[in-house]
Write a protein that binds this ligand. Structure first.
Ligand code: NAD
Length: 478
């Protein structure tokens, strides 16, 4: 089946089409989309420039109404989108349901925040005049997103960018673009022609043109730290404002007062293995008191042994394949390296999918590693969790902070106050106490990383204001 890009202009069709294959069965072509080059970005930016003034002339509350109405339109096609998302990304159906729900949750929070844009903030009003701060749109915003949450990650960027009065050119991941091409067409249909364009392209050329384009004033990117660095370099030549949501290597620290029960093990497994471990803020390293390493490893193993690894559309599947060959190869390599370093690897669960046809891999836990091992220091972005012991809380904090990343982290304890105090010592954009992962995200709170995990925040009021330029108006007399 052919999918069209979301554009208000005709595309050059001489370049052919690109196939999207199912990660659970690579014989299956899920769909094709038109191949494009950087010239399509120029057309999209032109269309955006023409459409943006009429959109920004509306109040933010009027714009919010249109976004909320789109969430209702999407409800009608949810089950079609869920199936498409599973087939192109590889996740299981309930994860696809969860992902699609982000759109509506984001619009609901944004509708509550719209008044911040309609009413200027009074900074000074003291009898000598007033200083007010208004939130103006940038104009054209460029958004670039990855394959792991290929529909939700665009939502948490595109919706606030539009609410702020911007036009958007969105470049979705070339290996999982189809759900977005269908879903964001529904949003584009409610907007002025050309206000939202959705493109995708193999290789970096399309995204790179967007970052370079002189009429794109803001870039919001989610993806790997390596690509984030390239984008920051390119954007800096025009002093372009960027938000970068990059890789993570989240630590979870189980304190010595924590109850080691089945509930804990299930929560840790969800935090580490949801979406086959391909979540930027999945638990990627687990620290437990030295005397509890075996007990925690056994508890996690027994939960993982109930897992069936197969096609996400099959009843009874608990975990899908990795999204692509390179991602599976990377995890296999890191686990082999861990074994060579003396780590004890426990493979768990039952394989239902064919690893010759899909990118399936049994989940594993690894003990006996040093904190410097590659599986501990690198972002595995897959279903293998190292578990390490510590002797004192200071040591646990030092081990957890011994990373270039700083996206999220968590503390697990029966004493929430102690948990919150310990949380402040971890270097991260968000630290959860007694939870970790996608279920813990709340669109009212800002999200983003420190260190090499990113620059800036999305979600919440800071995430909305990231798509605005403050404009100060002063009427104070001399
Ligand atoms: P990636 O960096 O390879 O690609 C992301 C997007 O950037 C793709 O759409 C790609 O086409 C585009 N791109 C590639 N090179 C480019 C360039 N030079 N200029 C402009 N655009 C370019 O990432 P991925 O493999 O798709 O996703 C996995 C990574 O994303 C992991 O590291 C993960 O941690 C990270 N991630 C982070 C978050 C977060 O919120 N911090 C969320 C999800 C994923």
């Amino acid at each position: 089946m052919n999918f069209e890009l979301v554009t208000s202009f005709p595309l050059d069709d001489s370049l052919g089409y690109v196939e999207v294959r199912n990660p659970a069965n690579t014989d299956e072509v899920v769909g094709l989309y038109p191949k494009i080059g950087p010239a399509a970005v120029d057309l999209a930016v032109n269309a955006a420039l023409n459409a943006q003034p009429s959109w920004s002339a509306l109040s933010a509350s009027q714009r919010a109404e249109i976004l909320v109405a789109t969430a209702v339109d999407l409800d009608a096609v949810t089950s079609e989108l869920e199936e498409l998302l599973v087939r192109e990304q590889g996740k299981v159906r309930w994860e696809a349901t969860f992902e699609l729900a982000f759109f509506e949750a984001t619009t609901a929070v944004l509708a509550d925040l719209a008044h911040h844009l309609d009413e200027p903030e009074v900074v000074v009003d003291d009898g000598m005049g007033r200083i007010t701060m208004h939130h103006e749109p940038f104009g054209v915003v460029g958004i670039i997103t990855p394959w792991n949450y290929p529909f939700a990650i665009p939502a948490i960027k595109v919706l606030p960018a539009l609410l702020a009065g911007n036009a958007v050119v969105l470049v979705v991941s070339p290996s999982a673009p189809l759900t977005s091409l269908v879903g964001y067409r529904i949003l584009a249909a409610r907007l002025p022609d050309g206000l939202l364009t959705v493109l995708t392209g193999e290789g970096p050329s399309v995204g790179q043109r967007l970052v370079e384009h002189p009429d794109v004033s803001k870039i919001s990117f989610t993806g790997s730290t390596a690509t984030g660095r390239t984008i920051a370099r390119t954007a800096s030549s025009r002093l372009k404002s960027v938000v970068l949501e990059l890789g993570g290597n989240d630590a979870a620290v189980v304190l010595d007062d924590c109850e080691l029960d089945e509930g804990l093990f299930e929560n840790l497994v969800t935090g580490a293995f949801m979406t086959t471990g391909q979540v930027c803020f999945a638990i990627k390293r687990l620290y437990v008191p030295s005397g509890s390493v075996d007990r925690v490893a056994e508890g996690i193993e027994s939960v993982l042994n109930t897992f069936v690894i197969g096609n996400g559309l099959d009843d009874g599947t608990s975990m899908g394949p990795l999204h692509c060959r390179s991602q599976r190869d990377k995890v296999v390599e890191l686990v082999a390296d861990a074994k060579a370093e003396g780590g004890q690897v426990r493979e768990c669960g039952t394989l239902a999918g064919d690893p010759e046809k899909g990118w399936f891999l049994l989940p594993s836990i690894v003990t006996g590693l040093d904190n410097k091992a590659r599986l501990v220091q690198e972002e595995q972005f897959g279903p293998s969790l190292p578990i390490l012991g510590y002797d004192t809380l200071d040591e646990a904090i030092a081990l957890a902070n011994d990373t270039e990343f700083g996206l999220c982290s968590s503390v697990w304890t029966s004493d929430e106050d102690r948990g919150a105090r310990t949380a402040r010592r971890l270097e991260a954009g968000t630290t959860f106490v007694n939870s970790h992962g996608l279920f813990s995200i709340d669109a009212r709170a800002p999200f983003g990383g420190v260190k090499q995990s990113g620059i800036g925040r999305e979600l919440g009021l800071p995430g909305l204001l990231a798509f605005c330029e403050p404009h100060v108006i002063s009427t104070r007399h001399l």
